[in-house]
Design a protein around this ligand. Structure first.
Ligand SMILES: *Cc1c(COP(=O)(O)O)cnc(C)c1O
Length: 399
């Protein structure tokens, strides 16, 4: 093999308005330049403890087992399923988009008998549907549901689902990948037994860690397994002794990613959870008003729209891929395409964490107007930006 020198890495600065990763807070990038510590260094253990405390704050929980799992959101999903389920267990899994489907695939691979509860891609799951599945399978061990379906833009209400699940003494597992840090999650108030997330969506960090929390009841179920989890790397019965207790080595913590999460969570705590949720709500409301004023149609049903991710239908006669390409190449803006059964039908516009700001909304709406103009889409000039401005001005902070 010949020795080659490659050019210096120089990725362009994009505005990341897809389904994640989103742009990272500059404070987080600075924290990532800090010197590496050993994974059992007392100074690092202090950083671990603080990270866990701040994770409990954003999850709204006092759960002892609250840790960042090494890996992206999918690792959090796999850790939850492979620790709670044993071969032969029944799992009820709700599917109203792509990630519900992934939960089914994964639970089946871990040997569970999967019962599905389904809704259209763009609708939420009704508590009555979950109740019907539990009535038919009263011994189900776990009910899994996605809080924010990033493939459809739907925010799933959890309170009634949680009551139903607990009436049947099952465990409620919730995918909070797109909602943690951007929408209220209230794990303890809602009685959620297990939840996982990811760092690159509303927490303002790069991809690489999957925050996870489990209630005392879920931990008990995990400890009473007849078999050990098939996955060694994600075995929480071992990981809990590294993140707490005896600090027993299991695998080397991704030190730099923990620094990033620590700083990202400090930013969240400084802003305050309520302020942060309100910023996501207002930015999404402005974006959605702007898109509708441009004559576009939102995909998710009103009242169930996910603030961190808006789905909008690709209008008739407009080339989906060409619009996304022009946004990326000419304007430096990434948006998400529809996928699975919504491929080619919608765009997915994320306003997550650092990006959920009025400035981003105005930038995106004017960029989209320009690109849609090139496509010959008929619209009233400036209508989107004006409508967004009315929403953002209404709270008295528009100027
Ligand atoms: C992004 C996402 C995941 C998967 O996370 P990765 O970080 O891509 O592994 C799972 N669930 C939902 C709802 C997501 O949006």
């Amino acid at each position: 093999m010949k020795e080659t020198t490659y050019p210096e890495l120089n990725p362009p600065l994009r505005l990341l308005l897809g389904p994640g990763p989103a742009n990272v807070d500059p404070r987080v990038l600075r924290a990532m330049a800090a010197p590496i510590l050993g994974h059992l260094d007392p100074d690092f253990i202090k950083i671990m403890d603080e990270t866990q405390e701040m994770l409990r704050l954003v999850f709204g929980t006092a759960n002892a087992l609250t840790i960042p799992v090494s890996g992206t959101g999918t690792a959090g999903m796999e850790a939850s399923l492979c620790n709670l389920l044993e071969p032969g267990d029944t799992a009820i899994i709700c599917i109203n988009g792509f990630f519900g489907g992934r939960l089914v695939e994964m639970a089946s691979r871990h040997g569970a008998q999967v019962v599905t509860v389904e809704a259209e891609w763009g609708e939420s799951i009704a508590p009555e549907q979950v109740e019907a599945a539990l009535r038919a399978h009263p011994k189900a061990k776990v009910v899994a549901i996605v809080h924010g379906e990033t493939s459809t833009g739907v925010l799933q209400p959890l309170a009634e689902v949680s009551q139903v699940v607990h009436r049947y003494a099952a465990l409620l597992l919730v995918d909070m990948v797109t909602t943690l840090g951007g929408c209220p999650v209230a794990v303890d108030d809602l009685g959620i037994d297990a939840a996982y997330s990811a760092t690159q969506k509303c927490l303002g960090c790069p991809p690489g860690l999957a925050p996870l929390t489990m209630s005392a009841r879920a931990v008990e179920v995990m400890h009473q397994r007849k078999s050990r989890p098939q996955n060694f790397y994600l075995d929480l019965t071992m990981l809990e002794h590294y993140w707490g207790g005896g600090r027993v080595y299991h695998h080397t913590a991704p030190i730099t990613m923990v620094y990033a999460l620590h700083e990202g969570l400090r930013v969240v705590a400084e802003e305050g959870l309520e302020t942060r949720y309100e910023r996501h709500r207002r930015s999404a409301a402005a974006l959605q008003a702007g898109l509708e004023a441009m004559g576009l149609v939102l995909h998710a049903r009103q009242g169930y729209r996910l603030p961190p991710l808006t789905t909008v239908r690709v209008p008739e006669g407009v080339d989906d891929a060409r619009v996304r390409r022009a946004l990326l190449v000419k304007q430096g803006i990434e948006v998400g395409a529809g996928f699975g059964r919504l491929a080619g039908q919608i765009w997915r516009v994320g306003l997550m964490g650092y990006n959920a700001t009025p400035g981003t909304v105005f930038t995106f709406l004017s960029a989209l107007e320009t690109v849609l103009g090139w496509e010959g889409f008929r619209q009233e000039p400036g209508a989107g930006v004006a409508a967004a401005g009315r929403v953002l001005g209404a709270a008295g902070e528009g100027s």
